[in-house]
Design a protein around this ligand. Structure first.
Ligand code: SME
Length: 175
């Protein structure tokens, strides 16, 4: 078992925080290739580390995890490893924030989920959301979904940081 350092300095600016988080995720995923294992530990680190950052003390993260492309239906996402409350198990491509990220393969930064047409409310505590597609050779293998209890929880700094983390996760798994 590697000695994994999981206590990022809570005062770090978000840009620096995401660099440290990316290094942690590289360390916890580089010796494993099974996606269940890597997505499980990645969701835990992302959830706990984001919530430890001073910035997110005022904007708590209530859900962080993954939906993967359903192996039995390539137009549907199915719930993967996550931290947070029980969530909906299936999302059609094109539906909700996750399905939009899946069908467009573009990160969705949603400042107010109540303004997003078709938003799927799994946890009523969520008020903003970011969804980052996981893409391998042009194929959507899943999405990283993070929900925040306050509006405007995420911005372009989160998008850049989380897209880099999504790439590390994609590269360290066999799909
Ligand atoms: N809100 C998401 C559904 C997933 S939950 O947030 C965990 C959506 O609209 O796709």
């Amino acid at each position: 078992m590697k000695d994994i350092q999981t206590n990022t300095n809570p005062q770090l600016p978000k840009e620096d925080f995401y660099k440290e988080l990316a290094e942690q995720i590289q360390v916890i995923t580089e010796d494993q290739s099974f996606w269940v294992t890597n997505l499980s530990n990645a969701s835990s680190v992302i959830f706990h580390e984001l919530n430890s950052l001073a910035y997110f003390q005022e904007k708590p993260i209530n859900w962080a995890g993954f939906y993967i492309t359903n192996p039995k239906n390539d137009q549907q996402l199915i719930l993967g490893p996550f931290q947070g409350k029980v969530a909906c198990t299936e999302i059609q491509f094109g539906k909700g924030v996750c399905g939009t990220a899946a069908s467009t393969m573009q990160t969705q930064v949603i400042r107010d989920v109540h303004q997003f047409p078709g938003h799927i409310a799994c946890d009523s505590a969520s008020n903003s959301e970011i969804v980052v597609p996981l893409v391998v050779d042009g194929r959507l293998v899943g999405v990283l979904d993070i929900d925040c209890q306050e509006k405007e929880g995420f911005d372009d700094t989160d998008r850049i940081g989380l897209e880099a983390i999504a790439k590390i996760i994609v590269d360290n798994c066999t799909w």
